[in-house]
Design a protein around this ligand. Structure first.
Ligand code: PEP
Length: 249
């Protein structure tokens, strides 16, 4: 399966940041990537990012509300993201789970909203540092999958991202053995939950992926791409990670 490299810009980026997307577009036109590429800028930039990408890569949102419309001041529905040109949406990022109190059930509702709007959800899961230290990482992820991944998920429209919370934005990563163990665990859990569909669901690793470590992470079995925060803000770094994905193909 083709790997997927997702850039999550979080709450970074004003108009001039679109220059990075133009650089990305020119580089990907010149050398078509062997991986799929998705950039999730702030919602304010989505429509302009779609124009800048010009089909060289996809654009997604970073969150959506579960309802299609309504009295939800400040929220954005999956349908609105679609209307702005998005093709995907991140749901259940740890910064949403922890800073906005999102439960597994809310994340599952957002994944369903994404499908309703014909967007591909990137469903995020991952343990905290205390949970890993307490030997609970595998159980936490199992619980999150049971609660956040709807049973009707189909492979072509579903992506999972394993992001240990303690690795996000910290420069720290699990060992490659720990990543491989967790991804195999996730694949087994998905198989139990989704049956034959599970083999085709892309499982991304996220958490301090950089040009320097992308190669070894993306070469691991059951690692089908990466969710990249900080290193997606600069086209040159992001391109180096995309190249690392291509090396495995
Ligand atoms: C993220 O935002 O999902 C992320 C993984 O961030 P970073 O790559 O900066 O750790």
């Amino acid at each position: 399966m083709r790997q997927l490299i997702v850039g999550n810009w979080k709450m970074h980026g004003l108009g001039p940041a679109l220059a990075e997307l133009l650089t990305l577009r020119h580089a990907l036109y010149a050398r078509p990537p062997l991986a799929d590429v998705l950039v999730c800028p702030p919602a304010t930039l989505i429509a302009r990012a779609v124009a800048a990408a010009s089909n060289a890569f996809s654009i997604g949102g970073q969150d959506c509300h579960a309802e299609p419309s309504g009295a939800f001041t400040g929220d954005i529905s999956a349908e609105m993201l679609k209307d702005a040109g998005a093709g995907a949406v991140i749901v259940g990022h740890s910064e949403r789970r922890h800073d906005h109190g999102e439960s597994d059930a809310m994340v599952a509702a957002k994944a369903r909203a994404a499908w309703r709007a014909r967007l591909m959800p990137v469903i995020c899961i991952g343990e905290t540092e205390a949970e890993r230290a307490g030997g609970e990482a595998l159980d936490v992820v199992a619980r999150q999958i049971a609660g956040s991944v709807p049973e009707e998920a189909v492979a072509s429209a579903t992506v999972l991202a394993y992001e240990p919370v303690w690795a996000i934005g910290t420069g720290r990563t699990p060992t490659t053995a720990e990543i491989a163990q967790m991804h195999a665990h996730i694949r087994a859990l998905l198989t139990a939950r989704l049956g034959g569909e599970a083999g085709g669901v892309r499982i991304l690793y996220g958490g301090s992926v950089k040009p320097g470590n992308a190669g070894e992470i993306l070469a691991l079995p059951d690692v089908d791409g990466a969710l990249v925060g900080g290193a997606s803000l600069k086209a040159s770094d992001f391109l180096a990670i995309i190249e690392a994905a291509a090396a495995r193909s």
